[in-house]
Design a protein around this ligand. Structure first.
Ligand SMILES: [Zn+2]
Length: 299
């Protein structure tokens, strides 16, 4: 596969465009995404069926719903389940890209970030020079929701940790921490799939959610066992939590921080992204433009 960047010091975009389609986790409806190069920092969403609408840079203030996935309100339109795609872009080192969408959801694919990583590898990466990242304020940021909390300290490198604690014996207590680099993201985080619980499935379907959920795109836990083994990692659930954390933080870029999420949720993760954005606003666009993409890697 692509020789991924060794770290997150440089800005990268895609060398060419690449497309994927599938069903949305919640709507169960078909949706399509075309990823392409961008000369501007951040991730910008446009609409394949309405190309005249302006591209919008994604940011935490657009978060509209965090029940089971992260959904954004982009002008008149809603875009759900952005987190696995954003984790794949941020995790592989792609700091800027255009995301053209048809539908109201990002396709779930296999429930992990791996199919997006493969799409990015197919497009190849183009180097853009030094990266502009949000720097955290000197004071740590800590946020709490129920029993869960998330905390972020300024650090020289991005270090992420997540802990989960479930009464279901198949998951129980799990802790995972990592000094993140693109190759480590691809090997250790991207393949971890989303997971759910058998007794919640009917409840969620009745609420109009997870209509696209199936045994081939989500791990389903039934107390002491999994309905659809084998797992890709013994601790796949906590690795997926870390994937979700990274995808939600990508709304503000990759902060130079050490971040720990205990019983994290999309609500907590996106609240942290908002707090980081409020503490360190994006650099002005005029000072943040990069030279045109120069392809140096290919799939
Ligand atoms: Zn997820």
């Amino acid at each position: 596969m692509t020789p991924w960047p060794a770290d997150y010091r440089q800005a990268w975009t895609l060398a060419t465009s690449v497309e994927r389609s599938g069903v949305g986790l919640h709507s169960g409806l078909p949706c399509r995404v075309r990823l392409g190069p961008s000369e501007l920092p951040g991730y910008r969403v446009g609409w394949l069926d309405a190309p005249q609408l302006p591209l919008r840079r994604l940011e935490p203030s657009q978060v509209a719903d965090t029940r089971l996935c992260t959904a954004l309100q982009l002008g008149e339109r809603r875009l759900a389940t952005v987190e696995h795609l954003l984790a794949a872009l941020a995790g592989t080192g792609v700091s800027q890209a255009e995301i053209w969408v048809e539908g109201e959801e990002i396709p779930l694919l296999d429930g992990s970030a791996l199919p997006w990583v493969e799409a990015i590898a197919e497009a190849g990466l183009a180097a853009l020079g030094e990266r502009l990242e949000p720097a955290l304020p000197a004071e740590p940021i800590t946020l709490r929701q129920g029993l869960g909390f998330v905390t972020a300290f300024p650090a020289e490198e991005l270090r992420l940790a997540a802990a989960v604690e479930f009464p279901q014996a198949a998951i129980g207590r799990q802790l995972f921490s990592i000094s993140l680099t693109p190759p480590r993201f691809v090997a250790e985080i991207a393949p971890a799939r989303t997971f759910g619980f058998r007794d919640q499935v009917e409840q969620l379907r009745a609420a109009g959610l997870i209509r696209g959920g199936a045994l081939d795109n989500a791990l389903v836990c039934d107390g002491e066992r999994w309905l659809n083994p084998p797992l890709r990692f013994a601790d796949e659930p906590v690795r997926h939590k870390l994937l979700d954390l990274l995808g939600d933080l990508a709304l503000v870029g990759l902060p130079r921080a050490q971040v720990f999420a205990y019983r994290g949720s999309h609500g907590l993760h996106t609240a942290l992204a908002t707090a980081i954005a409020n503490a360190t606003p994006f650099p002005a666009e005029s000072t943040a433009s990069n030279p045109p993409p120069r392809p140096v890697l290919s799939a």
